[in-house]
Design a protein around this ligand. Structure first.
Ligand SMILES: O=C(CO)[C@@H](O)[C@H](O)COP(=O)(O)O
Ligand SMILES: [Fe+2]
Length: 230
């Protein structure tokens, strides 16, 4: 499968969100990554479902909503109603994860589970049959423009092996500090969706930045086989 690129709106100009979405869509983005932060789970606050709903009519891209909030079970359905296609919750933020994922799947959503850099891969093993995506944070969540944490790469490979053993299609998404230099490392370990904020929105040429991320995936076999090297 070709690597997909999900520009993170966190690095966009918040005064011109609609134009910024159009800019990355025209430049070849595959999904739009929307970071929701509550000032509790992470030390930063972004936006709520109203912003997602306001952007929804202006883009054909699948909306990939990354909830960095406590008690996501209180708000996840509001984001679905606002137009999220894929909704991702942090395993560290939910007590009854199986219940929440089941409820969201029943609503027809694509669902993801996210892991902070310090959270082991095994924390998602029991819910793999319920999810479409595992989001591996390659920075500590809360801010854009942080430095990629290379120690997370072996966890991507472990997850890829875990998924291959279950014979269920689950995509691995990576988020934080992804650019043309770090993308090959995560793709080789098994990542299939690359979230990129700074390296896309702050690039001189957005189209070239997206192309460079996709190129990073070419010639690298993904998902499981290369994972054995780690
Ligand atoms: O979820 C987050 C941060 O918590 C990310 O989605 C960032 O927005 C990625 O930004 P860059 O590291 O690519 O600048
Ligand atoms: Fe994110």
């Amino acid at each position: 499968m070709a690597v997909k690129v999900a520009p993170s709106l966190l690095a966009a100009d918040f005064g011109r969100l609609r134009e910024e979405v159009a800019r990355v869509e025209a430049a070849g983005a595959d999904l739009l990554h929307l970071d929701v932060m509550d000032g509790h789970f992470v030390p930063n606050i972004t936006f709520g479902p109203q912003v997602v709903a306001a952007l929804r009519p202006h883009s054909r891209l699948p909306f990939d909503v990354h909830l960095m909030i406590e008690q996501p079970e209180r708000y996840a359905e509001d984001f679905l109603a606002a137009g999220a296609d894929l909704i991702t919750v942090h395993v560290e933020a939910v007590v009854h994860l199986h219940r929440l994922l089941t409820r969201l799947k029943e609503r027809g959503a694509m669902v993801g589970v996210a892991l902070n850099p310090s959270t082991p891969a095994v924390m998602v093993e029991e819910v793999l049959p319920l999810v479409d995506v595992v989001l591996v944070m390659t920075v500590n969540p809360g801010f854009g423009g942080q430095k990629f944490i290379p120690e997370v790469v072996p966890k991507i490979a472990r997850l890829a092996r875990m998924i291959a053993a279950k014979e269920k299609q689950v995509l691995i998404e990576v988020d934080g500090g992804i650019d043309a230099a770090t993308a090959p490392l995560v793709v080789e370990a098994g990542a299939q969706i690359l979230v990129a904020g700074t390296s896309v929105f702050k690039a001189d040429k957005v189209e070239e930045a997206i192309r460079a991320l996709k190129e990073a995936g070419k010639g690298v076999e993904v998902c499981g086989r290369n994972a054995d090297r780690h």
